[in-house]
Design a protein around this ligand. Structure first.
Ligand code: ADP
Ligand code: ZN
Length: 361
Protein backbone atom coordinates (compact mmCIF):
# COMPACT_ATOMS: atom_id res chain seq x y z
CA UNK A 1 0.00 0.00 0.00
CA UNK A 2 1.27 3.45 -0.91
CA UNK A 3 0.70 6.27 1.57
CA UNK A 4 0.30 9.99 0.99
CA UNK A 5 0.00 12.39 3.89
CA UNK A 6 -2.34 15.35 3.55
CA UNK A 7 -0.83 17.95 5.87
CA UNK A 8 -3.55 20.01 7.49
CA UNK A 9 -2.39 20.51 11.08
CA UNK A 10 -4.74 18.72 13.45
CA UNK A 11 -6.95 17.77 10.47
CA UNK A 12 -4.10 15.86 8.75
CA UNK A 13 -4.84 12.43 7.38
CA UNK A 14 -3.46 9.75 5.11
CA UNK A 15 -4.48 8.51 1.69
CA UNK A 16 -3.76 4.80 1.18
CA UNK A 17 -3.46 3.52 -2.38
CA UNK A 18 -3.42 -0.15 -3.36
CA UNK A 19 -5.52 -3.11 -4.46
CA UNK A 20 -8.19 -5.04 -2.56
CA UNK A 21 -8.23 -2.71 0.42
CA UNK A 22 -11.66 -3.42 1.98
CA UNK A 23 -9.98 -5.42 4.72
CA UNK A 24 -7.79 -2.42 5.57
CA UNK A 25 -10.85 -0.16 5.62
CA UNK A 26 -12.63 -2.47 8.07
CA UNK A 27 -9.54 -2.66 10.28
CA UNK A 28 -9.21 1.14 10.36
CA UNK A 29 -12.91 1.79 10.96
CA UNK A 30 -13.10 -0.64 13.86
CA UNK A 31 -10.09 0.74 15.75
CA UNK A 32 -10.76 1.11 19.49
CA UNK A 33 -10.61 4.94 19.33
CA UNK A 34 -13.93 4.93 17.44
CA UNK A 35 -17.36 3.85 18.73
CA UNK A 36 -18.47 0.39 17.72
CA UNK A 37 -21.45 1.49 15.64
CA UNK A 38 -20.54 2.16 12.00
CA UNK A 39 -22.64 3.51 9.15
CA UNK A 40 -21.55 2.40 5.68
CA UNK A 41 -23.03 4.34 2.76
CA UNK A 42 -22.88 3.07 -0.79
CA UNK A 43 -25.00 3.07 -3.96
CA UNK A 44 -26.95 0.27 -5.66
CA UNK A 45 -24.34 -0.35 -8.37
CA UNK A 46 -21.45 -0.68 -5.95
CA UNK A 47 -23.58 -2.76 -3.63
CA UNK A 48 -24.35 -5.20 -6.45
CA UNK A 49 -20.65 -5.62 -7.16
CA UNK A 50 -19.11 -5.46 -3.68
CA UNK A 51 -22.02 -5.75 -1.21
CA UNK A 52 -21.47 -9.36 -0.18
CA UNK A 53 -17.70 -8.95 0.22
CA UNK A 54 -18.24 -5.83 2.30
CA UNK A 55 -20.75 -7.56 4.56
CA UNK A 56 -18.42 -10.52 5.05
CA UNK A 57 -15.36 -8.44 5.82
CA UNK A 58 -17.08 -5.98 8.14
CA UNK A 59 -18.87 -8.81 9.96
CA UNK A 60 -15.50 -10.36 10.71
CA UNK A 61 -14.29 -7.15 12.33
CA UNK A 62 -17.47 -5.84 13.87
CA UNK A 63 -21.02 -7.08 13.52
CA UNK A 64 -22.29 -3.68 14.53
CA UNK A 65 -22.67 -1.86 11.23
CA UNK A 66 -25.54 -0.46 9.19
CA UNK A 67 -25.35 -0.52 5.41
CA UNK A 68 -27.35 2.21 3.68
CA UNK A 69 -27.77 1.95 -0.08
CA UNK A 70 -28.72 5.02 -2.09
CA UNK A 71 -29.92 5.08 -5.70
CA UNK A 72 -27.00 5.76 -8.08
CA UNK A 73 -26.53 9.09 -9.81
CA UNK A 74 -26.37 12.80 -9.19
CA UNK A 75 -30.09 13.02 -8.30
CA UNK A 76 -29.32 11.31 -4.99
CA UNK A 77 -27.11 14.19 -3.89
CA UNK A 78 -29.86 16.13 -2.13
CA UNK A 79 -31.17 17.04 1.31
CA UNK A 80 -33.90 14.38 1.17
CA UNK A 81 -31.29 11.60 0.86
CA UNK A 82 -29.21 13.30 3.55
CA UNK A 83 -32.29 13.30 5.80
CA UNK A 84 -32.69 9.54 5.31
CA UNK A 85 -29.08 9.04 6.35
CA UNK A 86 -29.58 11.25 9.44
CA UNK A 87 -32.60 9.13 10.36
CA UNK A 88 -30.58 5.97 9.97
CA UNK A 89 -27.74 7.46 12.04
CA UNK A 90 -30.13 8.46 14.83
CA UNK A 91 -32.03 5.16 14.81
CA UNK A 92 -28.78 3.20 14.89
CA UNK A 93 -27.57 5.42 17.73
CA UNK A 94 -24.42 6.67 16.10
CA UNK A 95 -22.61 8.87 18.59
CA UNK A 96 -19.90 11.53 18.26
CA UNK A 97 -17.15 8.95 18.14
CA UNK A 98 -18.85 6.87 15.46
CA UNK A 99 -17.62 6.43 11.91
CA UNK A 100 -19.40 6.97 8.61
CA UNK A 101 -17.75 5.15 5.70
CA UNK A 102 -18.52 6.27 2.13
CA UNK A 103 -17.89 3.59 -0.50
CA UNK A 104 -18.63 4.87 -4.00
CA UNK A 105 -18.12 7.67 -6.48
CA UNK A 106 -18.36 11.39 -5.96
CA UNK A 107 -22.09 11.24 -5.26
CA UNK A 108 -21.77 8.86 -2.31
CA UNK A 109 -18.65 10.67 -1.04
CA UNK A 110 -20.16 14.15 -1.19
CA UNK A 111 -23.48 13.12 0.35
CA UNK A 112 -22.10 10.88 3.11
CA UNK A 113 -19.36 13.45 3.77
CA UNK A 114 -21.96 16.18 4.20
CA UNK A 115 -23.92 13.99 6.61
CA UNK A 116 -20.71 13.16 8.53
CA UNK A 117 -19.87 16.88 8.72
CA UNK A 118 -23.25 17.88 10.09
CA UNK A 119 -24.64 14.94 12.11
CA UNK A 120 -23.93 15.80 15.78
CA UNK A 121 -21.80 18.69 14.40
CA UNK A 122 -19.38 16.21 12.92
CA UNK A 123 -18.54 12.51 13.27
CA UNK A 124 -15.59 10.52 11.92
CA UNK A 125 -15.56 10.07 8.17
CA UNK A 126 -13.71 7.57 5.96
CA UNK A 127 -13.71 7.77 2.17
CA UNK A 128 -13.39 4.79 -0.15
CA UNK A 129 -13.68 6.30 -3.64
CA UNK A 130 -14.52 3.85 -6.42
CA UNK A 131 -14.58 6.07 -9.54
CA UNK A 132 -11.42 7.48 -11.10
CA UNK A 133 -12.86 10.99 -10.73
CA UNK A 134 -13.45 10.51 -7.02
CA UNK A 135 -10.05 8.85 -6.53
CA UNK A 136 -8.06 11.67 -8.12
CA UNK A 137 -10.25 14.60 -7.24
CA UNK A 138 -13.34 14.69 -5.03
CA UNK A 139 -12.09 12.40 -2.25
CA UNK A 140 -9.09 14.65 -1.58
CA UNK A 141 -9.58 18.14 -0.23
CA UNK A 142 -12.47 17.88 2.17
CA UNK A 143 -15.25 19.38 0.09
CA UNK A 144 -18.65 17.88 0.89
CA UNK A 145 -21.98 19.02 -0.49
CA UNK A 146 -25.48 18.33 -1.67
CA UNK A 147 -27.28 19.97 -4.56
CA UNK A 148 -30.22 22.39 -4.31
CA UNK A 149 -32.83 22.38 -7.05
CA UNK A 150 -31.52 25.79 -8.09
CA UNK A 151 -27.89 24.76 -8.35
CA UNK A 152 -25.24 22.13 -7.82
CA UNK A 153 -23.17 21.82 -4.62
CA UNK A 154 -24.75 24.92 -3.11
CA UNK A 155 -25.12 23.44 0.38
CA UNK A 156 -21.97 22.02 1.88
CA UNK A 157 -19.05 22.18 4.24
CA UNK A 158 -15.30 21.75 4.27
CA UNK A 159 -14.83 18.56 6.27
CA UNK A 160 -11.73 16.41 6.27
CA UNK A 161 -11.93 12.62 6.46
CA UNK A 162 -9.92 10.55 8.96
CA UNK A 163 -8.49 8.53 6.04
CA UNK A 164 -9.00 7.84 2.34
CA UNK A 165 -8.59 4.30 0.99
CA UNK A 166 -8.14 4.17 -2.77
CA UNK A 167 -8.59 0.68 -4.14
CA UNK A 168 -7.59 0.84 -7.81
CA UNK A 169 -8.93 -2.70 -8.34
CA UNK A 170 -12.44 -1.24 -8.08
CA UNK A 171 -11.81 0.61 -11.36
CA UNK A 172 -12.01 -2.71 -13.28
CA UNK A 173 -15.82 -2.56 -13.25
CA UNK A 174 -16.11 1.15 -13.95
CA UNK A 175 -17.76 1.99 -17.32
CA UNK A 176 -15.22 3.38 -19.86
CA UNK A 177 -16.97 6.74 -19.99
CA UNK A 178 -16.46 7.17 -16.22
CA UNK A 179 -12.75 6.38 -16.69
CA UNK A 180 -12.50 9.08 -19.35
CA UNK A 181 -14.26 11.53 -17.07
CA UNK A 182 -11.58 10.95 -14.44
CA UNK A 183 -8.80 11.31 -16.99
CA UNK A 184 -9.90 14.91 -17.60
CA UNK A 185 -8.79 15.82 -14.07
CA UNK A 186 -5.65 13.67 -14.38
CA UNK A 187 -4.48 15.59 -17.46
CA UNK A 188 -5.19 18.81 -15.53
CA UNK A 189 -2.61 17.87 -12.87
CA UNK A 190 0.05 17.51 -15.56
CA UNK A 191 -0.70 20.99 -16.86
CA UNK A 192 -0.96 22.82 -13.55
CA UNK A 193 1.89 21.17 -11.74
CA UNK A 194 4.04 18.49 -13.34
CA UNK A 195 5.50 18.43 -16.87
CA UNK A 196 7.05 15.00 -16.28
CA UNK A 197 3.66 13.59 -15.34
CA UNK A 198 2.17 15.04 -18.53
CA UNK A 199 4.88 13.21 -20.54
CA UNK A 200 4.17 10.01 -18.57
CA UNK A 201 0.54 10.22 -19.69
CA UNK A 202 1.58 10.82 -23.31
CA UNK A 203 3.84 7.76 -23.18
CA UNK A 204 1.28 5.47 -21.58
CA UNK A 205 -1.84 6.09 -23.63
CA UNK A 206 -2.19 2.43 -24.60
CA UNK A 207 -1.72 1.14 -21.07
CA UNK A 208 -4.25 3.63 -19.80
CA UNK A 209 -6.81 2.73 -22.43
CA UNK A 210 -6.38 -0.98 -21.69
CA UNK A 211 -6.86 -0.43 -17.94
CA UNK A 212 -3.37 -1.44 -16.78
CA UNK A 213 -3.64 -1.50 -12.98
CA UNK A 214 0.01 -0.60 -12.31
CA UNK A 215 -0.27 2.47 -14.53
CA UNK A 216 -3.49 3.49 -12.81
CA UNK A 217 -1.78 3.14 -9.44
CA UNK A 218 0.92 5.57 -10.62
CA UNK A 219 -1.60 7.98 -12.08
CA UNK A 220 -3.80 8.00 -8.99
CA UNK A 221 -0.79 8.37 -6.70
CA UNK A 222 0.72 11.33 -8.56
CA UNK A 223 -2.68 13.04 -8.93
CA UNK A 224 -3.38 12.68 -5.20
CA UNK A 225 0.12 13.94 -4.33
CA UNK A 226 -0.42 17.05 -6.40
CA UNK A 227 -3.90 17.70 -5.07
CA UNK A 228 -2.75 17.03 -1.48
CA UNK A 229 0.10 19.51 -1.87
CA UNK A 230 -2.19 22.22 -3.19
CA UNK A 231 -4.89 21.58 -0.59
CA UNK A 232 -2.35 21.53 2.26
CA UNK A 233 -1.17 24.99 1.37
CA UNK A 234 -4.68 26.38 0.94
CA UNK A 235 -7.34 24.35 2.76
CA UNK A 236 -10.27 26.71 2.18
CA UNK A 237 -9.51 27.85 -1.37
CA UNK A 238 -8.37 31.44 -1.12
CA UNK A 239 -5.19 31.42 -3.15
CA UNK A 240 -3.11 28.59 -4.62
CA UNK A 241 -6.05 26.18 -4.66
CA UNK A 242 -7.48 28.23 -7.50
CA UNK A 243 -5.05 26.56 -9.91
CA UNK A 244 -7.13 23.38 -9.52
CA UNK A 245 -9.77 25.30 -11.40
CA UNK A 246 -7.81 25.09 -14.68
CA UNK A 247 -10.33 24.32 -17.43
CA UNK A 248 -13.22 24.57 -15.00
CA UNK A 249 -14.51 28.07 -15.73
CA UNK A 250 -15.45 27.07 -19.28
CA UNK A 251 -16.36 23.53 -18.14
CA UNK A 252 -18.99 24.81 -15.73
CA UNK A 253 -20.44 27.06 -18.44
CA UNK A 254 -20.54 24.16 -20.91
CA UNK A 255 -22.20 21.89 -18.33
CA UNK A 256 -24.78 24.54 -17.52
CA UNK A 257 -25.50 25.39 -21.16
CA UNK A 258 -26.05 21.72 -21.95
CA UNK A 259 -28.22 21.29 -18.81
CA UNK A 260 -25.86 18.76 -17.26
CA UNK A 261 -27.17 16.19 -19.76
CA UNK A 262 -24.69 15.93 -22.60
CA UNK A 263 -21.28 15.99 -20.92
CA UNK A 264 -20.24 14.59 -17.61
CA UNK A 265 -18.00 16.82 -15.52
CA UNK A 266 -14.65 15.38 -16.62
CA UNK A 267 -15.63 15.59 -20.28
CA UNK A 268 -16.56 19.25 -19.89
CA UNK A 269 -13.24 19.83 -18.10
CA UNK A 270 -11.35 18.42 -21.09
CA UNK A 271 -13.12 20.86 -23.43
CA UNK A 272 -12.62 23.67 -20.91
CA UNK A 273 -8.88 22.98 -20.67
CA UNK A 274 -8.52 23.29 -24.43
CA UNK A 275 -10.48 26.57 -24.26
CA UNK A 276 -8.28 27.92 -21.44
CA UNK A 277 -5.12 26.85 -23.31
CA UNK A 278 -6.34 28.65 -26.45
CA UNK A 279 -6.98 31.80 -24.42
CA UNK A 280 -3.45 31.48 -23.01
CA UNK A 281 -2.04 31.08 -26.52
CA UNK A 282 -3.91 34.14 -27.80
CA UNK A 283 -2.52 36.16 -24.88
CA UNK A 284 0.99 35.01 -25.79
CA UNK A 285 1.43 33.03 -22.54
CA UNK A 286 2.04 29.63 -24.14
CA UNK A 287 3.31 28.24 -27.48
CA UNK A 288 0.86 26.81 -30.01
CA UNK A 289 2.82 23.54 -30.05
CA UNK A 290 2.04 22.93 -26.35
CA UNK A 291 -1.63 23.65 -26.85
CA UNK A 292 -1.63 21.10 -29.66
CA UNK A 293 0.02 18.50 -27.41
CA UNK A 294 -2.67 19.05 -24.79
CA UNK A 295 -5.39 18.71 -27.41
CA UNK A 296 -3.77 15.58 -28.86
CA UNK A 297 -3.57 13.87 -25.49
CA UNK A 298 -7.22 14.59 -24.77
CA UNK A 299 -8.11 13.29 -28.22
CA UNK A 300 -6.10 10.09 -27.79
CA UNK A 301 -8.08 9.29 -24.66
CA UNK A 302 -11.17 9.43 -26.85
CA UNK A 303 -12.58 12.48 -25.09
CA UNK A 304 -14.51 15.33 -26.64
CA UNK A 305 -12.34 18.25 -27.74
CA UNK A 306 -15.28 20.38 -28.86
CA UNK A 307 -18.66 21.28 -27.55
CA UNK A 308 -21.56 20.54 -29.85
CA UNK A 309 -24.69 22.62 -30.41
CA UNK A 310 -23.65 25.54 -28.22
CA UNK A 311 -23.33 29.22 -29.04
CA UNK A 312 -20.42 31.47 -28.09
CA UNK A 313 -22.82 34.05 -26.64
CA UNK A 314 -24.58 31.46 -24.48
CA UNK A 315 -21.37 30.01 -23.05
CA UNK A 316 -19.89 33.47 -22.56
CA UNK A 317 -22.88 34.60 -20.50
CA UNK A 318 -22.83 31.38 -18.47
CA UNK A 319 -19.20 32.10 -17.49
CA UNK A 320 -20.46 34.95 -15.33
CA UNK A 321 -22.98 32.77 -13.51
CA UNK A 322 -20.21 30.50 -12.20
CA UNK A 323 -19.99 30.34 -8.39
CA UNK A 324 -16.33 31.34 -8.60
CA UNK A 325 -16.98 34.49 -10.61
CA UNK A 326 -16.96 37.18 -7.95
CA UNK A 327 -18.16 40.73 -8.69
CA UNK A 328 -18.24 40.03 -12.44
CA UNK A 329 -14.50 39.19 -12.44
CA UNK A 330 -13.38 35.82 -13.70
CA UNK A 331 -10.14 34.43 -12.34
CA UNK A 332 -8.75 32.69 -15.41
CA UNK A 333 -6.19 29.97 -14.83
CA UNK A 334 -3.85 30.38 -17.81
CA UNK A 335 -1.35 27.85 -19.08
CA UNK A 336 2.27 29.00 -19.42
CA UNK A 337 3.88 25.61 -19.91
CA UNK A 338 3.34 22.04 -18.78
CA UNK A 339 3.59 22.25 -15.02
CA UNK A 340 3.11 25.98 -14.93
CA UNK A 341 0.02 28.18 -14.80
CA UNK A 342 -0.84 31.72 -13.72
CA UNK A 343 -4.03 33.45 -12.64
CA UNK A 344 -5.40 36.51 -14.40
CA UNK A 345 -8.66 38.37 -13.89
CA UNK A 346 -7.95 40.58 -16.84
CA UNK A 347 -8.63 38.75 -20.11
CA UNK A 348 -10.28 40.80 -22.89
CA UNK A 349 -13.77 39.70 -23.92
CA UNK A 350 -12.70 39.32 -27.55
CA UNK A 351 -9.96 36.82 -26.70
CA UNK A 352 -12.35 34.72 -24.63
CA UNK A 353 -14.96 34.75 -27.40
CA UNK A 354 -12.40 33.90 -30.12
CA UNK A 355 -11.22 30.93 -28.07
CA UNK A 356 -14.80 29.80 -27.40
CA UNK A 357 -15.47 29.93 -31.14
CA UNK A 358 -12.66 27.42 -31.65
CA UNK A 359 -14.02 24.88 -29.19
CA UNK A 360 -17.55 24.95 -30.55
CA UNK A 361 -18.70 22.86 -33.51
P1 ADP B 1 -18.47 10.58 -9.88
O1 ADP B 1 -17.38 10.05 -9.03
O2 ADP B 1 -18.12 10.59 -11.33
O3 ADP B 1 -19.04 11.86 -9.36
P2 ADP B 1 -20.87 8.87 -9.32
O4 ADP B 1 -20.81 8.70 -7.87
O5 ADP B 1 -22.06 9.52 -9.92
O6 ADP B 1 -19.61 9.54 -9.89
O7 ADP B 1 -20.65 7.45 -10.03
C1 ADP B 1 -20.79 7.30 -11.41
C2 ADP B 1 -21.48 6.00 -11.73
O8 ADP B 1 -20.55 4.92 -11.62
C3 ADP B 1 -22.62 5.65 -10.78
O9 ADP B 1 -23.65 5.05 -11.52
C4 ADP B 1 -22.00 4.64 -9.83
O10 ADP B 1 -22.95 3.78 -9.28
C5 ADP B 1 -21.05 3.92 -10.73
N1 ADP B 1 -19.86 3.37 -10.08
C6 ADP B 1 -19.10 3.96 -9.14
N2 ADP B 1 -18.02 3.22 -8.87
C7 ADP B 1 -18.10 2.11 -9.66
C8 ADP B 1 -17.28 0.96 -9.84
N3 ADP B 1 -16.12 0.83 -9.20
N4 ADP B 1 -17.70 0.03 -10.74
C9 ADP B 1 -18.84 0.20 -11.44
N5 ADP B 1 -19.65 1.26 -11.32
C10 ADP B 1 -19.29 2.21 -10.42
ZN1 ZN C 1 -13.39 19.04 -11.64
Amino acid sequence: MEKIKVELGENSYEIFIGENLFEEVAKFATAPKFSKKILIVTDENIFNIHGETLRKIFSRYNSNFELEIIPPGETSKNLAEAEKLYTCAIESQLDRKSVIVAIGGGVVGDLAGFVAATYLRGVNFIQVPTTLLAQVDSSVGGKTAVNHKLGKNLIGAFYQPKAVFIDVATLKTLPPREIKAGLGEVVKYGVISDAEFFCYLEKNIEGILSGNVEIFKQIVKRSCEIKAEVVSSDEKESGLRRILNFGHTIAHAVEEETHYQKYCHGEAVAIGMIGAALISQKLGCVDAEKVTRLKNLIESFGMYTHCENCKVEGIYKALFRDKKTVGGKINWVLMKDFGSVEISDNVPEKIVKDALQEIIV
